[in-house]
Each structure stands twice: as structure tokens, then as C-alpha cells.
Design a protein around this ligand. Sequence first.
Ligand SMILES: NC(=O)C1=CN([C@@H]2O[C@H](COP(=O)(O)OP(=O)(O)OC[C@H]3O[C@@H](n4cnc5c(N)ncnc54)[C@H](OP(=O)(O)O)[C@@H]3O)[C@@H](O)[C@H]2O)C=CC1
Ligand SMILES: O=C1O[C@H](COP(=O)(O)O)[C@@H](O)[C@H](O)[C@H]1O
Length: 491
Amino acid sequence: MVKTSDTRCDLMLFGAVGDLAQRKLFPALYQLECAGLLAPESRVLALARRDMETTGFRDQLFDNLKRYVKPAEFDAGVARGFLERVEYRLLDFTDPAGYDVLQTWRDAPDNELIVYMATPPAMYGVIARNLKAASCCNENTRVVVEKPIGHDLESSKVINDELGEVYNENQLFRIDHYLGKETVQNLIALRFANNLFASQWDQNHISHVEITVAESVGIEGRWGYFDKAGQIRDMVQNHLLQLLCLIAMDPPADLSADSLRDEKVKVLKALKTIRPDMMDSYVVRGQYTAGTSDGKPVPGYLEEEGANKGSETETFVALKAEIENWRWSGVPFYIRTGKRLPEKLSQIIIHFKPAPHYIFDPDQKHLANNKLIIRLQPDEGMSLRILTKDHGLDKGMRLRQGPLELTFSETFETDRIPDAYERLLWEIMKGNQYLFVRRDEVEYAWRWVDQVIRNWRDSGEPPKRYAAGTWGPVASIAMITRDGRSLYEDV
Ligand SMILES: NC(=O)C1=CN([C@@H]2O[C@H](COP(=O)(O)OP(=O)(O)OC[C@H]3O[C@@H](n4cnc5c(N)ncnc54)[C@H](OP(=O)(O)O)[C@@H]3O)[C@@H](O)[C@H]2O)C=CC1
Ligand SMILES: O=C1O[C@H](COP(=O)(O)O)[C@@H](O)[C@H](O)[C@H]1O
């Protein structure tokens, strides 16, 4: 059991008035306060370049906590107590002279120092160098950086080199917030605590895997950032490939950070390169046009606020990933993710192969494979589709498919599932790196994704259009049916 006194820390939050800090990080810290997990000595230094005093910052933060924490979970008294820990300082992160202010804030040198860079990635190296020059960090400092690390392999190497000049790898906590989701961590428990699945988890028993991360939101005022990234850099390079790794990796020797990360890297290294001549059958990219969301009309990507009308950035990607190793040879992983799809839904479907010899009604042969549906969000849980005999004298040996169902909120009476950032901040305070991404993972993921982006650029082919509120270009379904396989439909 970790005692809160073991986790006392001074957290320097760079970019404290930004969207991530206000919408995710402070609410997560507030929840840790509610859970009694913040040590009494822990403090937060909020840093940004807006000219205001600590009192003004606290007032603004109080309003935003009220806005972003669910009403039923917001307690004004706890929030005010939490704000006592927070101080604000004005700092231009590029100005080395300003960093003296950080030294004067630190008056409890025994507290672990955590530096959280909630800033554009171009700022990571600058902040690291300035902190070092001002003697504001040492070999025990923990440094947290956000995704995306760069926009391709080369730029990610530059950023990682800059960080590496000041910090060792064991000080760096690269966030992929999907790893902080309880249901994503549950993939590790599902696979390695249940021998039932462990023994079936390969190309002998699995025909294909679907990984879907669908979002109903559009660009939400982030056009400037998103248009330079696109869905492949924003979601596939990090979240989707991390999910793929957790599904495909070999069993780690233990739960240590390096054991897990070594296994994930092996998967990334074994991803089959998608060559230009494979693009038509392996990749579909799309961009949404005007349509509906939640029954209301919504604009297309090119009509969003701040849009450049000629943009060919993709808001949807469907990919067939293949892993060239003994375990997964011949098992495609169909990945699909997009904005302005009909609903927010993240799920993984494992399609098992049918039994070697089929003895039932030939008309029902299409039913004869089990499916494991892992629901990451919302309605967290899992369901194993199994075949049973249909009841009734007139049914003979007719088959029926039904679920073995585990809905976390019902089975475990979980009152609330913590947000990803709560878990990640808590792990950082404890100094555990197993839910964070190592440099080589980032680089192998970029290597694979860069090739697809190069192929798009060289072909000059624009993204296929899909209406907001639909499941993306029809070509993404055709990509799977052409392989003689089908997407899971909830029937
Ligand atoms: N927002 C999100 O949901 C997610 C964000 N991320 C990543 O997190 C990081 C932060 O994102 P987000 O919060 O959205 O971005 P924002 O632009 O909202 O916040 C960045 C903050 O950094 C500040 N800043 C930038 N340069 C300087 C400087 N020289 N001196 C002082 N302050 C500076 C900005 O100040 P000012 O306001 O004055 O410009 C701003 O407050 C990015 O790397 C992003 O990719 C990752 C996943 C999700
Ligand atoms: O990192 C990102 O993730 C969000 C989706 O996260 P979720 O936890 O809501 O599933 C995505 O909307 C955003 O574009 C991306 O930068």
C-alpha cells in the first residue's frame, strides 16, 4: 500500500491556462484530492504567460473545475482546499532569465519534483534546457510530456534528443492517455490472468481483429492543430497502435515498465510495411462533409471555424495492419478511427475461427465463430458471443448466438471509473513508468505511419468524402468484405 507521504511532490505545470490543463489535468488533480491521494505537502505551480496573480488564477480555476468536473462529483469545499496548494507565476517559457522564479517557489526540497509540459511539443526542449540552466532539476526530476511527440520520425527524434540531453529515459513519462484508461489496462488482465484466452490467442484460433475508435465530435475549435496532424497522426500513431500492441504482444515476464514495453516494441517492429502498391487494399482515408450529429445539422470539415477550404487532411482512417511473426501470421487487424462518426465508441472485437469440422445446419454456418467484444468506452465491459441450441421442439439442432456478458458497472457495482489522467498523474507521483511510452515505441510507431503518409503524398489522391454522422467512406467496409471477412454487427 502506497502512503500519501511517499508521493509528496512539487508539480510544475507548464501551459497551465491551456485546454489540456484546465479541462483534464486540474480536474484530475481535484479528483486525487477528493480520493485523499494528494500528500498534505504536495503543491502545484501553475505557469503561463498571462499576466495575473495567484488569486485571479485560483478564481478562474475554481470556475473551470465547476465546469469540467461532473456536478455530482464537485464539492466546493474540497475544491477550495485543493486551490490552496496552487500558486500561479507568469513565465515566458522561452526566456531563461524568468526561470529564477521557479527556484524561489521550491521551499521543500524533499518533495519529488514533477515537471509537466502541457505545451506544444516544440517547447519541450526549450523548457528542459532552461530548467537545467536555472538548476531547477536533477536526476530525480520526473518529466511528463504529451503526445504527439513530433509529426514524423525525424521530428520525434529531434524532440527526444533534446529531452535526452537533459534527462535519462527513466525520468521521462511520455503520455498516451489511452494507457490511463481502466478498460485499456484491463486488456492486460484479460489476456494474462485468464488462461482460457491466453491459450487461444494466436493465428491458430483467431481469424481477424477489429479495433474501432469512433468519435462523434468534430474538430471543436482545434482546426489549426488538427489540420497539420490529421487522424493518422492524432489517433493512429499513438492510441490505436498502443491498443494493437496490448492485444498482440507476447506475455511479458512481469508487470515492470520495461518488460511491457519490450513486448510492445516487438509488435511495432513486426508490423508489415504498407508499400505504395498495397494502398488500395490496405488503407482508406476520408474527410467528413456536412451531415448530422445527435440529430442536428453540422458543418463539414472544410466549413469548420478557421478552415482552409483546400485542405485534404483526413478525419477518418481505416487500415489493415499485419504483424509478421509466428503468433499473428495471416491475421489482419482492421483498425478504424474517425471524427463525426455516428457515436462515441471504442471497442475491440476478436473474431475466433470456426471449429475445424462443422456439423450443423449449412444455412447457419456463417454463425459458427465465437467473438469476444471488448468495450473500452462507453458502457465499459465485455461480451463473449457463444453458440447454443435454440430451444423448442420444432427447432431441432438450430443454433443461436448469445452473449456471456460482463458489464463492469453492473457486475462490480463500480460507482465511478477514474478518468485516464487521474490514473496517470497518480502513477507519475509514485514514479511508475509502466503506463508511459518509451522512446523506441514512439519511433517504431512513427516509422510505420510515416510510410502510409508518404504513400498518400506521392499518390496525390484526395481523401474520400463521407457525410458527418455516417461510419466513414463505404470503401472502408469494402476493404474487409473483399478479404471474405465481415465487421461485427451488434445483433
Ligand atoms: N487538449 C487536449 O485535449 C490534448 C492535448 N494534448 C497535447 O497537450 C499539449 C497542450 O495542449 P493544449 O492544452 O490543447 O494546448 P493549448 O494551446 O491550449 O495550451 C498550451 C499552453 O502553452 C502556453 N504556451 C505556449 N508557448 C508558451 C510560451 N512561450 N510561454 C508561456 N506559455 C506558452 C500557451 O499559452 P497562450 O495561451 O498564452 O498561448 C497555452 O496556455 C500539446 O502538446 C497537445 O498536443 C494531447 C492530448 C489531448
Ligand atoms: O488524443 C486525442 O484523443 C481524443 C480522444 O480521446 P478520448 O479519451 O475522448 O477517446 C481526440 O478527440 C483528440 O483529437 C486526440 O488529440
